[in-house]
Design a protein around this ligand. Structure first.
Ligand code: GDP
Length: 600
């Protein structure tokens, strides 16, 4: 929190920091390490716990950073870390149409490199134009690493053996390469001159703490250098914040956990809160912050305060908050016209409205921000969305999903939501597939796998029913029966020969002459349904007489109906074995000698 006694700090608010990255890459550990650094309880300038956030004042940053930092170069009060790491919090927490976080740490496990959620995080940061640094985490796991707990990373890095440093360098360059693929130029942070143009990569270990001083220093430096103007707010003006969570709290009813990014909120202030329908207008009954650690023994979990200034995390107790929504804006009215503030909040809520298509999947998410992020991700992979709403999956959503024509769109994608009522049963009865996850890429991957399965099944069904091309020759001295039906030995030269197909041959002038229907196939006395190129077996053909309509040595073809030939050529060609593709090609070529548009 800002130190009110220092005039230079009074109108600069704390930059808000978010932590993103792939699961298990160390986001929580890094936050814990930062929170754990120099908590000198009761002392002025110590780290303070907010609701949903942790404030690290400049004093602590400079103490941890030691020689890395000259505190006199700074007038920003410190850094406010949002406690919940990950995309979800990041996309949920919006402020005036952009990201609430002013700056972010992208955590990447050096061994694991870029993973799906890392890429997702980069694209989210890119979309929201949030400056970030990369914490290349878990350097202590490089074999042979010589740890230097809680120290700045550069000397530690330089003290490692050539082999260890070489190993780390290889891994860092991979990360730098991935960032470059995503359109960001980056380098080890101590080589970066201009942090606006280049992303600083900081080798760090959330386990040993080495590199943590550097992370704090770089964040502080970046904020001071490039964000000072944005931090110049009227901290005494009417507060503006974002709902982090809507929570029942014993003794207080429904409360809002809010990250305040502008101005001040005080007890008895009238506030306007974005909600499911109309914005809520209510009066602050109590402002609550977490109780000091030393007093946790007492029953009460919160301390009450009269007012609080940005940037901070605070719990607001007020009547009528039941319909409030995570991610929604909160504004203090103060001396303004209530109607104007309602309009501003309504406009902010509408900004996240998503565009939908006529036909597509149904999308549900728990907050406006996550809904928007999910719909954007779906748009990127060209999955159309018919309806997108905040809320749990309800029976009504299933009804909507059943109205689509395309089978692949009979699906509901739910991000971080529950199932309501009999939605699950109804979905099952109506063949609506429901996907739920709290990871966007997983949702998309599962849905894509589902679509692929449907398409494969559809292709297989077509494949089952289509007449397949085949060329075969009547073998010499293998006429078992002359006619009614003719039974002859054949060898399939290419393609797949099935029972119950019309057969014939091409005349010298490329006319197709049908001779009859191949009724049965027998291999060593056993009936078979189909045979492949290379096989020899007995074929019974209804229609012709051997010696008159067909002869030993003749080459016959399956008489492909034009429609089947077209489906085979245009949709199934890739699925055909090479010899069959060749048979199809030759068949079409011969047909097209007389009619160039045959089967097109
Ligand atoms: P998150 O899912 O990104 O929040 O990852 P966590 O912070 O939960 O870390 C995942 C696992 O990696 C845990 O077992 C951590 O103890 C471990 N871990 C995180 N950072 C480091 C590190 O710097 N070094 C080592 N050796 N392990 C780490």
């Amino acid at each position: 929190m800002s130190d009110a006694s220092s005039p230079t700090q009074s109108d600069l608010r704390t930059p808000i920091v978010a932590v993103l990255g792939h699961v298990d890459h160390g986001k929580t550990s890094l936050l814990d390490k930062i929170r754990g650094s120099t908590v000198i309880e009761g002392e002025a300038g110590a780290i303070t716990q907010h609701i949903g956030a942790t404030a690290v004042p400049l004093d602590v940053v400079s103490e941890v950073a030691g020689s890395l930092i000259d505190p006199t170069e700074f007038d920003l009060p410190g850094l406010l870390f949002i406690d919940t790491p990950g995309h979800h919090a990041f996309t949920t927490l919006r402020a005036r149409g952009g990201a609430l976080a002013d700056i972010a740490i992208l955590v990447v496990d050096v061994n694991d490199g870029f993973q799906p959620q890392t890429k997702e995080a980069v694209s989210i940061l890119q979309d929201s134009q949030t400056p970030f640094v990369v914490a290349a985490n878990k350097v202590d796991t490089i074999p042979g690493w010589n740890p230097n707990p809680d120290s700045p990373i550069r000397p530690t890095y330089e003290e490692q053996s050539d082999r260890v440093r070489g190993d780390l360098d290889d891994k860092l360059y991979e990360i730098i390469g991935e960032l470059s693929d995503a359109g960001f130029s980056s380098d080890l942070y101590w080589r970066v001159q201009n942090f606006r143009a280049n992303i600083g990569v900081i080798p760090v270990s959330a386990e040993t703490g080495e590199g943590v001083p550097d992370v704090l220093t770089v964040l502080m430096g970046l904020s001071q250098r490039y964000m000072k103007e944005e931090m110049e707010v009227d901290v005494t003006g009417p507060g503006a914040g974002t709902v982090l969570e809507v929570k029942e709290e014993q003794g207080f009813g429904t409360t809002l956990d809010v990250i305040l990014y502008d101005g001040t909120v005080a007890e008895d202030d009238t506030i306007v809160v974005g909600a499911k329908n109309e914005p809520i207008v209510t009066t602050v009954r109590a402002l609550l912050k977490p109780r000091e650690l030393s007093e946790i023994r007492t029953e009460k979990r919160f301390d009450q305060v009269d007012s609080i200034a940005a940037a901070s995390g605070i719990k607001i107790a007020a009547p009528d908050l039941e319909d409030a929504m995570a991610g929604a804006p909160v504004q203090v009215v103060r001396d303004r016209d209530t109607q104007d503030v309602i309009e501003a909040v309504t406009a902010e809520m509408a900004e996240v409205a998503v565009e939908t298509d006529e036909d597509g999947v149904v999308v549900k998410a728990d907050t406006l921000g996550s809904l928007e992020a999910l719909v954007n991700s779906l748009e990127e992979v060209e999955i159309p969305v018919m309806r997108a709403e905040v809320g749990d999956v309800a029976p009504r959503d299933v009804s909507v999903a059943t109205t689509v024509d395309d089978e692949t769109f009979r699906a509901i994608l739910g991000f971080n939501v529950e199932m309501l009522g009999d939605a699950a049963e109804r979905a099952e009865q109506n063949d609506v597939e429901i996907f739920r996850s709290d990871v966007i890429y997983q949702l998309i991957e599962e849905y894509e796998a589902h679509v692929e399965a449907i398409e494969t099944a559809q292709r297989e069904a077509v494949f089952e029913n289509v007449i397949r091309p085949a060329r075969f020759q009547i073998l010499k001295d293998h006429t078992f029966r002359q006619s009614d039906p003719a039974v002859v030995g054949v060898e399939i030269s290419s393609g797949t020969l099935r029972r119950n197909v019309p057969v014939g041959y091409f005349t010298d002038d490329n006319n197709f002459t049908r001779v009859g229907v191949l009724k049965g196939l027998q291999d060593q006395g056993e009936d078979v349904d189909e045979a492949r190129a290379g096989e020899q077996l007995a074929a019974s053909i209804d229609g012709p007489t051997v010696g008159r309509d067909i002869d030993e040595g003749d080459v016959l073809w399956v008489d492909l109906p034009e429609k089947h030939a077209k489906v085979l050529e245009q949709e199934l060609k890739e699925d055909l074995p090479a010899d069959e593709r060749e048979a199809l090609g030759q068949y079409l070529e011969t047909r097209r000698k007389r009619d160039p548009f045959w089967g097109k």
